[in-house]
Ligand binder design. Sequence first.
Ligand code: FVH
Length: 292
Amino acid sequence: TQNPSEKTAVTLLGLGAMGAALARTWLAAGHPLTVWNRTPARAAVLAAEGAKVADSAAEAVAANTLVVVCLLDDASVDEALADADLTGRDLVNLTTGTPAQARARAEWAHGRGARYLDGGIMAVPPMVGVPEAGGYVFYSGSRQLFEQHRETLGAPLGTTYVGEDAGFAALHDVALLSAMYGMFAGAAHAFALIRKEDIDPTSFAPLLADWLVAMAPSAHQTAEQLRSGDYTRGVVSNLAMQVAGTPTFLATAEQQGVSHELLGPYFELMRRRLAEGGGEEDLTGVIDLLVR
Ligand code: FVH
């Protein structure tokens, strides 16, 4: 399976929405592909498209050195690989999990004679095999494994290696998705404020999206402040001024009949940091209040 003149053969366990999309891009790129899925009907569809179908996960693992797993959760990985011989295998686990699960899975794989790479997918299935969509996978764990299989792993989605610590891919994945949920929360509050007014949400949406894009680069300033430890560096709108403005936001929410249960906790953290003496700082001090 490692003949450099040929495409690397891949074993893929899991043919859900994401697994099936991965499978199709490896087939389209000419990689011999062996698949297994708990529910066989899903594998039969891929057989018609050129994949070899294994009768069991253990048989699929035995077929190729590079074994990619894309299952529902960590418990399903346990179940699927229970009887597989991983000796000499390169196990790449794209199943979403916590950093602790990834580190434990790496230990588990090493104990069974495999190299291990963990992956956090920053894409939804329609982005797979569509480079211009910008989807990619965070990888962490064995650098050797990553470098050896970088081209094969890069066929369905871009690749970003974030370190030898097997937990780092999951950590980056969850960190970015957490920021995304914070953004969704802010957007939900904004739409709620205009909900009962004669404002067309489809006219409001581009204004909202452009504003979020304009504010996004503030992440770079936050990072610089965290690195230097100087939270006043480059401040434009200091915390004291911003806290002074929060009653306006809360009053507007009241007047519009909108709950401030999303914004309220963040404002409370801002007030706490101000009370600790952070009035001249940026919002960066809030991060230190979150870290226990
Ligand atoms: N789909 C998405 O938008 C997101 C994008 C970001 C990454 N996630 C993660 O990718 C993993 C797989 O997600 P998926 O979309 O393929 O999920 P499903 O379509 O629900 O397919 C789940 C597959 O897992 C198999 N499975 C479930 N439990 C077990 C088990 N106990 N033993 C063996 N296999 C199991 C399931 O098999 P079946 O139901 O067809 O028999 C599917 O193959 C996931 O971690 C996302 O968080 C996707």
